[in-house]
Ligand binder design. Structure first.
Ligand code: AMP
Length: 305
């Protein structure tokens, strides 16, 4: 079966280079090849949707792929565990990887092209650029993960330059990252529309994350406290001041043995600045990071009027 598909792929790629996309997914590891393919697609005015990922795919990632497929002619997904966004070498070493499974999932979601480069392909030389992220990288995640968002900015700008997408899809699960990427694209005048997509959750409410796979069964049970607390806070928020609700969330999470709160902050969703009062008119979002065992999890919830 595989041989038939492979022959068909070669045949169609050679005879009808564009028509073959959308039928058989193409995996590309080299930047030069990717750029050639993109140039061919652009010459045919194809609208390109792009979903950057670090693999270990789950339905959260796949929701981005589905959205891109619905809104574009061609969907490109990158699978690359970006070493320079990890501030903790153990976190990088333990990060789950399963490219075979990822490719099967992407094929089943009708992804057109997977870009799966090696580290030396992406970084033949160290990339020492330092981005001004308007201090958005110094708060919340940035406080515990020095250099993380600069590493994200480097890889995302590199990928945007290679893929040249019309639209790029990011999850609201990583809300701070989404805000920073919108800022970056605006600041650097990169012609891509950034689309934020809602958080996909497990049945018990836990936000899907590649890192959930690293939780042991007891830790996985404990992790429920995160969505439970956030949704409860969302329900009762008007009974408290912003400050008191913040403390309520912190105390509730800190009260659970085995769960260690890193931060909980209620900020404006536009610029991540602290919210003082519910009466402010900007959309408000409560962002949390906790550590359970060795696994760090993040989540957020919106507080709408
Ligand atoms: P990652 O592979 O963790 O870098 O994630 C790749 C993209 O998928 C990012 O834009 C994430 O925000 C997004 N993503 C991860 N988990 C979820 C989720 N549960 N729901 C929606 N998007 C997600």
């Amino acid at each position: 079966m595989f041989v038939i598909f492979a022959l068909a792929d070669t045949f169609f790629s050679n005879i009808f280079p564009i028509i073959s996309y959308g039928t058989i997914m193409k995996t590309i590891e080299k930047i030069d090849e990717l750029k050639k393919v993109i140039a061919a697609l652009k010459s045919q005015s194809k609208r390109i949707g792009f979903v950057p990922t670090m693999g270990a795919l789950h339905p959260g990632h796949l929701s981005l792929v589905d959205r891109s497929r619905n809104e574009n002619d061609i969907t490109i997904v990158s699978v690359f565990v970006n070493p320079i966004q990890f501030n903790d070498p153990n976190d990088l070493r333990n990060y789950p990887r399963d490219i075979k499974k990822d490719l099967a999932l992407l094929q089943s979601h009708a992804c057109d092209i997977v870009f799966h480069p090696g580290v030396s392909e992406m970084y033949p030389e160290p990339d020492r650029r330092s981005f001004n992220l308007n201090k958005l990288d110094k708060i919340m995640e940035g406080k515990s993960r020095a250099g993380h968002f600069n590493g994200v900015a480097i890889v995302v700008t590199k990928l945007f330059e290679m893929v040249n997408p019309d639209k790029a899809y990011f999850g609201e699960k990583d809300f701070q990252q989404l805000t920073i990427i919108k800022y970056l694209v605006n600041q650097l005048h990169i012609a891509v529309k950034i689309i934020g997509c809602p958080i996909i959750r497990e049945k018990d409410g836990l936000a899907m994350s590649s890192r959930n796979a690293l939780l042991n069964p007891d830790e996985r049970k404990l992790a429920r406290i995160i969505p439970e607390t956030l949704f409860e806070a969302q329900k009762i928020h008007r009974q408290y001041s912003v400050k008191d609700l913040t403390n309520w969330v912190k105390n509730r999470i800190n009260g659970i043995k085995g769960v260690q709160l890193d931060y909980f902050e209620i900020v404006r969703s536009t610029d991540l600045q602290p919210v003082i009062s519910w009466d402010e008119k900007d959309e408000k979002i409560g962002c949390v990071a906790v550590k359970i065992g060795k696994v760090r999890l993040i989540d957020n919830v919106k507080f709408n009027a």
